[in-house]
Design a binder for this molecule. Structure first.
Ligand SMILES: [Mg+2]
Length: 378
């Protein structure tokens, strides 16, 4: 089999309400923006993938990648890994392309990706991953609505100026749900996007104090409490607290994760197969984490195609405990997140998400919507 062509669309699917991500304070998101790529093979099987974009910075990427892809056998994924890794040298993020190869391999073999890579589970317990900093009263209402939908766990964002403001929200939610829900908190300190609104940069002492307060409230994990390369601070923090410390969505490749795992920076590593490493390396990182007795719960906050890709890694491996389910109405709903799919990925009444069971990614990309909201750039 050979890759014969590639097609790419730069899409800006409008949201029905603005979304204010805690990780880029001061920049409301008006669109679900992404680059959607379709690889075509000589056997009539095509593979899809998507990368997030802010504006149009991914515009030249498909043309450059096409140079490396055409004529190659999509089954030779390890050859491609070297190609994607070299993307860093020319200033592009290319890991998301690994997903399209696995989509092709799955369709060619008639198997969903997760079954080709380990086939560990058909469904994953989900947590509702919120995305905005909101005041306590409103957040309690949100969480009660999520509980009503079937979620047994929720992740809150904490990125206010003071620990007092951060913990006010967490305490209010714990008070409201009691022990009927697991609660995680995410400080997004490894997202160093400066230049818009101010936000606090945590040091080790603030992280340790926040972890201590989280212990009192029986929080399941504290996510991204320090910078992405603060290996030493992270390992001191993780050793100092009884709650779990999670992170890694902004790190990349097997080498960053080797450091994070060997230095025991995190109890839970969170690579994203479209941002950090590809599915191929995601499986390798899961093996390194498993050997160290650690959990791998992928980051998923990109779009429906990226979410599906990460679900296959969750389904493949034994050491995944939770599926991140991005949801923050009214801006970021399952419908808006997965608008490029024929139907959104849902959580069931027991709070689980099924791993797609059809061959490849097991999703149907709605090309009509992609063409309606996308500029064809390749
Ligand atoms: Mg996160």
């Amino acid at each position: 089999m050979k890759i014969t062509d590639a097609e790419a669309y730069l899409c800006h699917f409008p949201l029905s309400a603005p979304f204010y991500p805690s990780w880029i304070p001061g920049v409301p998101q008006m669109n679900n923006s992404c680059l959607i790529v379709r690889l075509v093979t000589d056997e009539g099987i095509d593979g899809y993938t998507a990368s997030v974009g802010f504006l149009n910075e991914m515009k030249g990427v498909p043309e450059l990648l096409k140079l490396f892809l055409i004529g190659r056998d999509p089954f030779k994924v390890e050859d491609f890994i070297k190609v994607f890794r070299s993307g860093k040298a020319v200033g592009i993020r290319a890991w998301f392309m690994d997903v399209a190869l696995w989509d092709i391999i799955g369709k060619a073999t008639g198997q969903p990706i997760y079954r080709l890579l380990g086939g560990y589970r058909k469904r994953v317990k989900a947590y509702a991953s919120t995305g905005e900093i909101r005041e306590a009263g409103r957040r309690v209402e949100d969480v009660l609505a999520l509980k009503e939908m079937g979620f047994g766990a929720v992740k809150l964002r904490i990125r206010s100026e003071s620990i007092r403001e951060d913990m006010e929200v967490v305490e209010a939610v714990r008070d409201a749900v009691g022990d009927s829900m697991e609660i995680m908190v995410d400080a997004n300190q490894a997202w160093p996007v400066h230049g818009f609104s101010e936000y606090p940069t945590w040091d080790l002492k603030r992280a340790i104090e926040t972890a201590r307060r989280c212990e009192e409230l029986e929080i399941l994990w504290l996510e991204e409490p320090l910078g992405m390369y603060d290996y030493e601070g992270l390992s001191i923090l993780t050793a100092s607290t009884s709650i779990l410390i999670a992170g890694g969505e902004m790190n990349s490749d097997i080498y960053d994760f080797r450091e994070l795992i060997n230095r025991r920076c995190y109890d839970i590593v969170q690579p994203d197969v479209t941002l950090s490493c590809g599915i191929t390396n995601g499986k390798k990182i899961a093996g390194m984490a498993e050997a160290a007795g650690l959990t791998l719960n992928p980051h998923t906050w990109t779009n429906g195609i990226g979410f599906a890709a990460n679900l296959h890694l969750m389904g493949a491996i034994p050491n995944c405990t939770y599926c991140e389910y991005p949801i923050e109405p009214p801006g970021w709903t399952p419908e808006a997140r997965d608008i490029m799919l024929s139907s959104p990925i849902r959580v069931d009444s027991e709070g689980f998400v099924n791993v797609p069971s059809s061959p490849g990614l097991g999703i149907e990309v709605d090309m009509e919507k992609v063409r309606a909201h996308g500029e064809k750039i390749l």
